[in-house]
Write a protein that binds this ligand. Sequence first.
Ligand SMILES: NC(=O)c1ccc[n+]([C@@H]2O[C@H](COP(=O)([O-])OP(=O)(O)OC[C@H]3O[C@@H](n4cnc5c(N)ncnc54)[C@H](OP(=O)(O)O)[C@@H]3O)[C@@H](O)[C@H]2O)c1
Length: 332
Amino acid sequence: MRAIQIHQWTRPEDLRETDAPGPSCGVGEVVIDVHAAAISHSLGLLVQGQYQRKPAFPFIPGNTVAGIVSATGEGATRFRIGDRVVASLEMGGLAAQAAAHEDNVFAIPEGMPFDEATTLNTSYNSVAAALTWPHVLNLQAGQALLVTGAGGGTGTAAVQIGKLLGARVMAAARSDARRQRALRHGAEWVVDADPATLRDAVREHLPQGVDAAIEPAGGALFDAALRCMAPMGRIVPLGFAGGDVPQIPANLLLVKNITVCGLYMGYYKIDARAEHAGRMRALFTTLGDWWSQGLIRPEIGLRLPLAEVSNGFAWLRERAHTGHAVIDMAAH
Ligand SMILES: NC(=O)c1ccc[n+]([C@@H]2O[C@H](COP(=O)([O-])OP(=O)(O)OC[C@H]3O[C@@H](n4cnc5c(N)ncnc54)[C@H](OP(=O)(O)O)[C@@H]3O)[C@@H](O)[C@H]2O)c1
């Protein structure tokens, strides 16, 4: 089958389409004919050996696919051949077919395009978990939510979901075009995501600070966001898109009763899959309902054939556009 296969750590710009054996359908698994596969910053790190997971060679990278179930393995009962699904994988996604455990496969709503469906497993599930799960932010209607990196994939999802949950959303982004975009997606206020000015800009609108924050950029922006928190506020360091892992000043947490909540979706989807399968199914059902009601609006910024996957990573690195990057398996 057509695939991207890695035999050694590789720069994303050197990835090439090749021919690889198709997946076998193990116990409890389904095979999916892939129509769309997501690419992301973390996938770019994975293929270079710079991610927390380091699969054995050779492997096919790709942790998110959307498509149609074409086979079901022994003991897999949740899906039938022909079902339209999105799936979370440990690897194997950048290929014409992929196998996934049925616990990590989720039905998608009628009419949902496959490329948009991939975003349910990239940005939207992470942000919905961060905002709604009781042990994470547990965001309530009327609370103030700060979203940094608001022009990015998770940032846009956070603005949309924060708004639909009834929160008052303050979006921080680095360009005026991205701030205007955040307003269109439901932000009540927008501010410049400059670490030097963020605290004052936020407090101009909310003197007490914000009740909750999602921070995907890391580095100095996380530190600035921490200083925007109201007493008893809760913040999620969702990612480090800027490259620097922030150090957390514990004195600030102590004096303001702030909670920093860790969230790594790979734990719920892969490491502790069996334990959290019900929680994940409920999350994807909610996301599907929100999409069907028009409450979340995924944006695809780039669609590419598999053979041009390296251009997709260049696009992600340059951040020239907004929206998600997706490999369209039907395109040549
Ligand atoms: N914890 C999890 O389970 C989980 C789940 C999903 C994603 N993530 C991680 O979350 C991070 C964001 O993902 P994404 O899909 O939203 O990426 P993205 O679409 O590239 O957006 C990242 C945003 O971060 C901001 N940013 C980047 N570099 C920055 C810098 N040096 N200083 C300040 N802001 C900067 C930019 O915001 P503006 O230009 O708009 O200001 C950019 O839009 C990634 O590291 C990803 O791996 C983690």
